[in-house]
Design a protein around this ligand. Sequence first.
Ligand code: SAM
Length: 309
Amino acid sequence: MTTQYHEPVLLQACIEGLALKPGGTYVDITFGGGGHSRELLRQLEGGRLIAFDQDPDARENAKALNDPRLTFVAANFRHLKRYLRLYKIDTVDGILGDLGISSHQIDTPERGFSTRFDADLDMRMNQSGELTARRVIADYSEEQLHKLLGMYGEVINAKTLASAIVSARLNRSLETVNDLKAVLQRYAPRGKQHKYYAQVFQALRIEVNEEMAVLEEFLTQVPDALALGGRLVVMSYHSLEDRLVKNFIKSGNFRGDIQKDLFGNEIKPLKSVTRKPVEASAEEISRNPRARSAKLRIAERIEDKAPRQ
Ligand SMILES: C[S@@+](CC[C@H](N)C(=O)[O-])C[C@H]1O[C@@H](n2cnc3c(N)ncnc32)[C@H](O)[C@@H]1O
């Protein structure tokens, strides 16, 4: 079941990156099909795993693991510290994040994540959320659409497309994947339609799920949540996410500005373990095309004097 739900990417590199202590406490913030969690539990002796996923579909996979060391949290990982406090956990030995959506989510037509099926424009990872892609398309101003298409999708003609969406919605409401594709097809570069649609859909998905804000909120909590020497292992699939992770590891902030104390020592809570991000091998990519854009960054919690709240 798990392999159909989602094939885990860079599995061994992620687990090695966590440098497991046999009896340690770990967090998987993106449980999904549980591929990474299962391997983590296999390699732990005792220990504990707290696994987050905001998609209720993931809960069944957690139940199927049937492991008393696993606590599944059906919540957004932006609430990391709150749940650790709830479970009376002060700090953990490692945190793993495999960002974005699972194959299960993209392959379920009615979720509206895929350009391959017609469905309502939904794209919520947590279906009790209020904002859907349909509402973004219907309610956002031309400027807002321009900004999100350019920033989150790197859509080449974002301004023109935003204007086209606003004109199209005056004539009829755009409610489904096919309604939106009918607008997009006139603006997609010839021969690159698939990539163009994927960029637009990525932009909408990031907006609907507030993915950038959530990642920032999560990363900000990591220094408090990790024990000294504890590991942060994060895999991202697009450059904006990777930049946030990279800058935060480098400097403890999202601009990447390294602060120094009076003696010239860097004040930062994390130290990068790998010089460059780890990427999937050609063999893994041929087996699992989703691994193509994965960038894995690994960091260790170090002592710092930075004030935090
Ligand atoms: C790429 S999949 C993880 C796959 C998993 N590593 C595996 O091996 O099966 C990402 C998962 O994280 C969940 N997710 C994404 N953003 C989340 C968030 N902010 N809070 C909680 N879960 C989130 C998604 O619902 C999805 O199931």
